[in-house]
Each structure stands twice: as structure tokens, then as C-alpha cells.
Design a protein around this ligand. Structure first.
Ligand code: NAP
Ligand code: ZN
Length: 347
């Protein structure tokens, strides 16, 4: 075992604090990684505050991890010491179920998440990326191109794949009109990726101050979603809308913007139910309401390679570990452009 320093929440209503804990020595199929940067996802806040009701403490959050390989097990293939690598939201799955066979490990009933999830090897809990070092089975380690800035690539491991996967699943491409709801960590990646896939992209935001940024990021149009007149101009015109909002809100406002057979895909996970949809908005144009969870490992690698090819990373604000509690408050106020990334050298 080796001692590692991180930041942990010990309770759902206290601040994160320095925390010392042990990581296993690499097993034959493990990769040991020195963590250089870790993104701050809104899911970290939901879980630290037990908003989904499934939190176990102490919790070391963080699932947008990038770093360098420091040690490999005897059977590791494809990674060597010094490589730039990433770890996203998952570190294990059963490997034999239909979901795993189709490279959709995120839907495996035994998926092991990077933190706040039982660790089958230690019998304890997984601890995430707000820490100096992690040991992960090679099947859940991603390769990161030297072309990408490492800090700005960190959010690709969750915000990137969570938006890429539904855009691919619903075959977004040239000629499609695509909406992205919410310009935060996920939303800004949704704009960049949908734009790179060739779609006509419309951002829906509650923040008039973000209009210019949205266009710079690749939005063709921006709609202030609190203005019913602006929304009404887009009735029944979208092929696909990706909704990243983290609080309950009226979904009918967005389902009504879909064409016949269009899809509204929810990726935001509020702690309370949405007040809608009403069935009428769905049946009259055979519209679809769907959800999507991160993405499988193979698709995450595909997304990272797509980002390297198209020179796509996140817009980030780098913070030292010690500022994490203030950063959470700013995320809750939508006051981040557009993802905080922790520099673990500060710890
Ligand atoms: P974020 O950075 O906080 O972005 C959320 C955005 O929602 C905000 O920037 C804001 O954009 C908008 N918003 C905030 N309050 C709103 C309100 N009252 N009404 C309407 N819009 C509001 O969060 P994130 O990290 O992108 O995560 C978003 C959600 O996705 C979270 O619930 C997270 O847990 C979830 N998530 C899901 C998956 C998955 O696999 N499905 C993966 C990762 C994260 P504007 O200022 O532009 O309105
Ligand atoms: Zn996340």
C-alpha cells in the first residue's frame, strides 16, 4: 500500500478537507498514475452534499482525472511509465454482461464508479481524483494525445464523453438543428462537439451574459430560455436537444421545440423530479424523451481521439486544491468559465 494525500468530504454538510489514505500497490493488470489535474463536475457537488441520497463518507470526489503513468503491473499492455493518461467516471465493471460485451460498461449493473462506489478489491470505497495518485485497472485507463493541453483535457473525461455519447447515439451531423440547454461544464462541451460534428447549434441559456461566449464556442444562435417569445420562434424545429441543466425545470418548453420524431435527451441529474413533460407534447409529434449516462470506455477513447483531431479541449479555470469549497459555491451560481480544474501540484 502507498499513502496518498487528497481532499475529502466527511459529511454531507461540511467542507472538503485534507485527507490522507492508502492506495493499493499496482496488481499485474493495474496502472499507477500520478494525478496532475482533476476537473470539478457538478456531480461532485451533488454527491458531496448527498443530493442523490446515495453518498458514503469519507468521500474523495473527482472523475475527470489526467496524469502520468508512474508504474505498471507485469501484464499491462499499451501503457508505459511517463505516458499521458486519463481516468473518467468508471474504474471497473463485470466484463461479461451484454452491456460490457457491447462496450457500454456504464450500463453494467456491477459498474464500479471512480468514487462513492464500493471497491471490490479493497472491500472499502473507491476514492477519486481530488488526490495525488490513483491505481486503476488498465481496461479503464484512457490514452491522451500529446497534442492536447493536459489541464484543459481533464474535463473531457466526464463532460466531454457525457455530451459526445448522446450526440453520436442520436447520429447528430451536418444538416441537423441541435439544441444545447445550459452553458456550464457539460453544455460548453456539447456546443463544441455538436459544432465539430457539423450541426447547426442553438444554445438555450438563462444567463444573458453568456451570449457572446456561446457564439465563440461554436453556437450559431443563442436563445434566452426565460424569454417565451424567443423560445416560441423555434417551435417544432429541432432534430435533437441535449439538456444539461442540474435543477428541476419545465421540460415542455423544450419538447415543444422538437420536430416530429425529434429527441430531448436529459443528461442533467437534478435532486428533485422535473414538473413535466405533459403527454400531449410528446404524442402529437411522436417526440422522444430520453436520458444518457456518460459513455463506454471504447467510446471515451474515440471521443479523446476526436478531440485531438479537431483540437477540442475545455475552457477552464485552474484552481489550487485549497480553493475547492469556494469553487463549489461558484459552480452553483453558474459563475465558472466553464470548468474548474484542480492543479494537484498545489497539494
Ligand atoms: P454546471 O457546470 O453547473 O452547468 C449547469 C448549467 O445549467 C449552468 O451553467 C446553467 O447554464 C444552467 N442552470 C443553472 N441553474 C439553472 C436554472 N435554475 N434553470 C435553468 N438552467 C440553469 O453543471 P455540469 O457539471 O455541466 O453538470 C450538469 C448536470 O449534469 C449535473 O446535474 C450533473 O450531475 C449532470 N451530469 C450527468 C452526467 C451523465 O452521465 N448523465 C455526467 C456528468 C454530469 P446557463 O447559465 O447557461 O443557464
Ligand atoms: Zn462528471
Amino acid at each position: 500500500m502507498s499513502q496518498t494525500l487528497g481532499y475529502a468530504a466527511h459529511n454531507h454538510n461540511t467542507s472538503l478537507e485534507p485527507f490522507s489514505f492508502e492506495r493499493r500497490e499496482p496488481l499485474a493488470t493495474d496502472v499507477q498514475i500520478e494525478i496532475l489535474y482533476c476537473g470539478v463536475c457538478h456531480s461532485d457537488i451533488h454527491q458531496v452534499r448527498n443530493e442523490w441520497g446515495n453518498s458514503s463518507f469519507p468521500m474523495v470526489p473527482g472523475h475527470e482525472i489526467v496524469g502520468k503513468v508512474t508504474k505498471i503491473g507485469a501484464e499491462v499492455k499499451g501503457f508505459k511509465v511517463g505516458d499521458n493518461v486519463g481516468v473518467g467516471c468508471m474504474v471497473g465493471s463485470c466484463g461479461v454482461c451484454p452491456d460490457c460485451h457491447e462496450d457500454l460498461q456504464q450500463y453494467c449493473n456491477s459498474a464500479e464508479f471512480t468514487y462513492n462506489s464500493p471497491d471490490k478489491i479493497s472491500g472499502g470505497s473507491h476514492y477519486g481524483g481530488y488526490s495525488k495518485q490513483i491505481v486503476v485497472n488498465q481496461d479503464f485507463v484512457l490514452r491522451i494525445s500529446d497534442k492536447l493541453d493536459l489541464a484543459a483535457a481533464a474535463p473531457l473525461l466526464c463532460a466531454g464523453i457525457t455530451t459526445y455519447s448522446p450526440l453520436r447515439h442520436w447520429k447528430v451531423g451536418k444538416g441537423d438543428k441541435v439544441g444545447v440547454v445550459g452553458l456550464g461544464g457539460l453544455g460548453h462541451m456539447g456546443i463544441k462537439l455538436a459544432h465539430a460534428m457539423g450541426a447547426y447549434v442553438v444554445l438555450f441559456t438563462t444567463s444573458p451574459s453568456k451570449v457572446q461566449d456561446a457564439k465563440r464556442l461554436g453556437a450559431d444562435e443563442v436563445v434566452i430560455s426565460t424569454n417565451p417569445e424567443e423560445i416560441a420562434q423555434h417551435i417544432a424545429s429541432f432534430d435533437f436537444i441535449l439538456n444539461t441543466v442540474a435543477v428541476p425545470h419545465d421540460l415542455d418548453a423544450f419538447t415543444s421545440l422538437l420536430k416530429r420524431d425529434g429527441t430531448l435527451c436529459l443528461v442533467g441529474v437534478p435532486d428533485q423530479a422535473h414538473p413535466s413533460p405533459s403527454v400531449g407534447h410528446l404524442i402529437f409529434k411522436r417526440r422522444n424523451l430520453a436520458g444518457s449516462l456518460i459513455g463506454g470506455i471504447k467510446e471515451t477513447q474515440e471521443m479523446l481521439d476526436f478531440c485531438a483531431e479537431h483540437n477540442i479541449t475545455s475552457d477552464i479555470e485552474i484552481i489550487p486544491m485549497q480553493q475547492i469549497n469556494e469553487a463549489y459555491e461558484r459552480v452553483l451560481k453558474s459563475d465558472v468559465k466553464y470548468r474548474f480544474v484542480i492543479d494537484l501540484a498545489s497539494l
